[in-house]
Design a protein around this ligand. Structure first.
Ligand SMILES: Nc1ncnc2c1ncn2[C@@H]1O[C@H](COP(=O)(O)OP(=O)(O)OP(=O)(O)O)[C@@H](O)[C@H]1O
Length: 243
């Protein structure tokens, strides 16, 4: 079954055009979205998450047009880690992660919600930060909190815009492990394909607002990467390095 079906999507943003004729993502698939700066990755995520609604075409999640979902229903179906997130109010780390449970509970948090929140705090090593204000954390700490909150939302589809940005090497390993074991449909943008090797099954390449290629991870070659990013790549024991 397709969890996401995109048909004849056309979106204009200033000088930029995003055009996706057809994209299907199956239940349980883990898809990496790659493309140069400005290719349209964040724009695509804002569209499938229902943030932008002034587009032509249709986006279905679980067989239903996202325009026919209420915002709470949509948040049960899809969670989204945007490229940048700020929380200006003085919420603590614990509260910020707990609020991921809002779509499923309407704010009536019970034992299960507190337990799940504790689990995600533990998995992202945030327990020592639990009482700190979100807005007073470092960039990488904030990123881990927002990831914990997205995972805590427990939606069918998890959309992550550059989940590894600002994250140190130890936590890149942790987050790769969490993504690998996550029993969800995942779409995540990355700049370094090596970070999702062994985690994502498929790579969709965007170029200038269109899908240039959609390949299984093991079909990606240095020639493909060179064509997309317009720089040469070496393949060193399965890892790609721009040269
Ligand atoms: N609010 C806006 N108004 C007009 N143009 C915009 C707006 N936001 C983004 N754009 C343009 O839309 C295009 C796609 O931007 P988008 O943020 O989707 O790219 P991206 O692939 O996520 O890039 P990056 O890798 O740099 O994060 C870019 O040319 C950008 O300049």
């Amino acid at each position: 079954m397709n969890v996401i079906d995109v048909k004849n999507l056309n979106f204009v943003q200033g000088e930029f055009y995003l055009k996706i004729k057809h994209l299907e993502i199956k239940k349980g698939e883990k898809v990496a979205l790659l493309g140069e700066n400005g290719a349209g990755k964040s724009t695509f995520f804002n569209l499938i998450s229902g943030i932008y609604d002034n587009y032509e075409g249709e986006i279905d999640i679980n067989g239903k047009n996202i325009k026919d979902y209420s915002s709470l229903e949509l948040a049960k179906a899809i969670s989204y880690l945007p490229q940048f997130s700020e929380i200006i109010f003085g919420f603590s780390v614990f509260e910020t992660v707990l609020f991921g449970r809002y779509p499923k509970t309407g704010g009536n948090y019970g034992k299960k919600d507190y337990e799940l929140t504790e689990q995600w705090l533990e998995k992202l090593e945030l327990k020592d930060l639990r009482n700190r204000k979100f807005r007073e954390l470092s960039g990488g700490e904030k990123r881990r909190v927002m990831l914990a909150r997205v995972f805590n939302q427990d939606s069918d589809v998890v959309v992550l815009d550059e989940p590894f940005s600002m994250i140190d090497v130890k936590f890149i390993k942790t987050i790769r492990g969490l993504l690998d074991e996550l029993d969800k449909t995942v779409i995540c943008s990355v700049h370094d394909i090596n970070q999702v090797r062994g985690v994502c099954d498929r790579v969709v390449f965007l170029k200038k607002g269109e899908i240039a290629k959609s390949l299984k991870m093991d079909e990606v070659t240095r020639e493909v990467l060179s064509e997309i990013f317009e720089v040469d790549f070496n393949n060193i024991n399965g890892y790609f390095l721009a040269v």
